[in-house]
Design a protein around this ligand. Structure first.
Ligand SMILES: [Fe+2]
Length: 388
């Protein structure tokens, strides 16, 4: 009997390992420039496999004649099942590594200097749910999609020139205008943001999921002002749509497009290098001058939609990299942490600040997402204060 109980726990671990393999695969395929049709069918397969496989495993390996819950031995299972079980065991080890890494990082991560949590739905008198898709998700209880966190964080940059000490950068990402989270939510949020005094604003991509929402820009992005510039790049969701039209709209509103290029910006009389990467979805990574070139500005800022460009940024001596794309994982489970994070690094850079010299990376959880579901992972806008 004891053996059967242990085997029951092993089956549970194998089912968890199987889920980890699927989640790891889904996260990785969404990190690359693949067609939306391929990604759609991969997700459908994942949706079916995740609940069905444990039932098949329980029946075929556990309960059938000769199964491990009926006195059978693992070594007597068919070779095909032994291979599947070995793969699930590898997945389970991967899950343990991922959870351990998440717990260690959580313990060592620095909290925000301060933050304000706003129940936007409460302020508006109800959840502003529009006619877009996934309305069932938007209506789920405990869903934090209609809240907002405005966080204040200090980032230490060793090469920050004296003139830029205390520079305030508003980091905004992933608004995903789609139509399910309706316009009043975004109008409320941008109204609050317009009241915050900052020097520079940086938007790191995923503006639209539906171009029918193009006129929302007039009451959102058009309202923000900053004395030293409003910079933007686009993201993979913009790539699926008419990205040149989106660039034209943003540029017409006074925003500066840095997607795939680098340029020198003068802030408080100090030149800084500003670059943008929408790689791998739109264009190539920007060309950056060598750090030793005589005219090279002392500080380098990169807007990169995906934090997967961190190794590239480090190689190119970027001081500060701002990213989005991973949405903080959108749902953060107790103990396990974030699960879905479309990165080749999995959930490692789901959200937060990462110091990896010479680069400091800030990954915003973003304001929204195509799927309007968040739990333990508030929509975020961050005011970053730069200090040496
Ligand atoms: Fe996004």
């Amino acid at each position: 009997m004891m053996i059967e109980i242990v085997n029951g726990f092993v089956l549970l671990a194998l089912a968890a390992g199987h889920a980890e393999l699927w989640v790891a695969a889904i996260n990785r395929v969404h990190a690359f420039r693949l067609s939306s049709a391929f990604l759609h069918w991969t997700r459908r397969l994942h949706d079916v496999a995740l609940p069905c496989f444990p039932l098949v495993l329980l029946w075929r390996v556990g309960l059938m004649e000769g199964g491990v819950l009926r006195g059978g031995r693992w070594s007597q299972l068919p070779v095909g099942w032994q291979i599947v079980i070995a793969a699930c065991a590898v997945g389970f080890v991967g899950l343990l590594v991922s959870v351990t890494r998440w717990q260690l990082r959580r313990r060592h991560s620095e909290p925000a200097d301060s933050s304000e949590r706003i129940d936007v739905a409460g302020e508006l008198g109800g959840r502003p749910i529009g006619p877009g898709p996934y309305q069932v998700l938007a209506r789920l209880p405990l869903n934090e999609t209609f809240e907002l966190e405005i966080a204040q964080k200090t980032l230490r940059l060793p090469r920050l020139p004296d003139a830029l000490e205390g520079l305030r950068v508003l980091h905004l990402s992933d608004v995903h205008f789609l139509g399910t989270i309706d316009r009043p939510y975004f109008d409320f949020v941008f109204d609050r943001l317009a009241r915050i005094q900052v020097d520079v604003i940086a938007f790191t991509g995923d503006l639209f999921d539906n171009l029918a929402c193009r006129d929302w820009l007039t009451t959102t992005f058009a309202r923000l002002e900053a004395p030293y510039g409003k910079l933007f790049i686009l993201g993979n969701h913009d790539w699926y749509l008419d990205s040149p039209a989106i660039r034209r709209d943003m540029t017409a509103l006074g925003w500066t497009d840095v997607g795939g290029i680098s340029r020198t910006l003068e802030i408080r009389g100090e030149p800084i290098l500003v670059a943008g990467s929408e790689y791998p979805w739109l264009g190539n990574r920007p060309q950056l001058p060598g750090r030793d070139e005589p005219q090279a500005p002392p500080l380098r800022l990169l807007l990169g939609h995906s934090p997967d460009d961190l190794p590239w940024a480090r190689r190119h001596s970027v001081d500060l990299m701002l990213s989005g794309h991973n949405h903080g994982g959108q749902c953060i489970l107790p103990v396990i942490g974030p699960v879905y994070s479309p990165s080749r690094f999995g959930v490692r850079y789901a959200g937060g600040t990462f110091v990896d010299p010479p680069t400091v990376l800030h990954v915003s959880r973003g304001l929204s997402g195509r799927h309007p579901l968040r739990w333990n992972c508030l929509p975020e806008v961050t005011v970053l204060t730069l200090r040496r």
